[in-house]
Design a protein. Structure first.
Length: 320
């Protein structure tokens, strides 16, 4: 029996095939199909394996693992840094917030208001126009004797980048009444005249104030504004130390245009006082030779910083 089994396996397949041709042919065919599929699948697996390995290998055949995107918390300091840089650039070249420290511009501006000042147009040669409210550096110690703020380190930093009004800069805010070449005059209680034309300033002068102040300290005057300078007055006429009361300084009460920071165009804070600061219609009357006031615009440094950060964030996320 054992020999027969060995003989059947070792050399007598021909006899078995001759005895049962149909049965032997079918299994052979099935086996061939099965082995062919298995061989193709194995080959496909090998090819796929080669591609996968090649893709994951770096130089020298070493495996290369895909980089993971940084988490939001790791990117947050970078984004904050970008926002701070943008805020600093905006404060330097575009717009800056200033705080109103006194009542000299009532009722147009109240003490504690925050205004946004357009610093862009002066870079392109624009000069102050009559009727505009402007911020300017103290031209000749006008603020002598005024109390000075003592900000902490955080307030100093935030004001440096423009996210808070500066508490240390010696700046003033007044309305431009005369520009280079104008003759400005006050007689009695008014009206105030520019180049012989009376101004109707009831829409912005503090209620109960007269356009001109009757005193011997500067309230009565007639001046000609030199080129490159402006004559400024507060809207609270009887409570403003402006050009009238600084005629004894080296500029004779004038403010050099080079000392002007920019035009205040928006009351940004508090929210219930949001408003723009347009040029009153009286400054557009014929005979004053006034040029059209430059259209002002302003956006909070925080908003611009945010607007500038958004595309940077999208670019950063796409890159990662």
């Amino acid at each position: 029996m054992g020999d027969v089994a060995v003989g059947a396996r070792s050399g007598h397949d021909g006899e078995e095939h001759r005895g049962r041709p149909a049965e032997s042919a079918v299994p052979a065919a099935d086996s061939a199909v099965t082995s062919g599929n298995d061989s193709g699948a194995a080959e496909d697996d090998r090819v796929a394996g080669k591609h996968t390995t090649a893709e994951n290998q770096g130089p020298g055949g070493t495996n290369r693992t895909p980089k993971k995107a940084r988490s939001f918390w790791k990117e947050l300091p970078i984004l904050i840094g970008i926002a701070l840089v943008l805020a600093l650039l905006i404060k330097t070249f575009l717009v800056q917030a200033f705080s109103i420290p006194s009542d000299s511009m009532q009722n147009t501006l109240q003490q504690g208001d925050r205004v946004l000042v357009d610093k862009l147009t002066p870079w392109f040669g624009s000069e102050p126009e009559r009727g505009e409210v402007v911020v300017f550096h103290d031209p000749d110690n006008w603020l002598a004797g005024e109390p000075t703020a003592d900000p902490n380190a955080l307030q100093t930093f935030l004001s440096w980048i423009g996210l808070m009004p500066s508490a240390e800069e010696k700046d003033l805010i007044k309305r431009v009444v005369g520009v280079g070449g104008d003759t400005v005059e006050c007689k009695g209680t008014g009206p105030l005249t520019v180049n012989g034309k009376a101004l109707d300033d009831r829409s912005y002068v503090y209620p109960g104030n007269t356009p001109c102040s009757v005193d011997d300290q500067g309230g009565q005057f007639k001046v000609k504004v030199p080129e490159g300078s402006i004559w400024v007055m507060g809207d609270h006429r009887q409570n403003s130390r402006d050009s009238r009361y600084n005629q004894a300084d080296r500029h004779k009460g004038m403010v050099p245009v080079k000392e002007v920071v920019g035009r205040a165009v928006v009351i940004a804070w508090p929210i219930n006082r949001w408003d723009n600061l347009p040029v009153p219609d009286t400054f557009d009357q014929s005979g004053l030779n006034a040029q059209p006031a430059a259209a002002g615009w302003a956006v909070a440094p925080q908003g611009l910083a945010l607007a500038g950060v958004v595309p940077v964030v999208l670019w950063w996320r796409r890159k990662r």
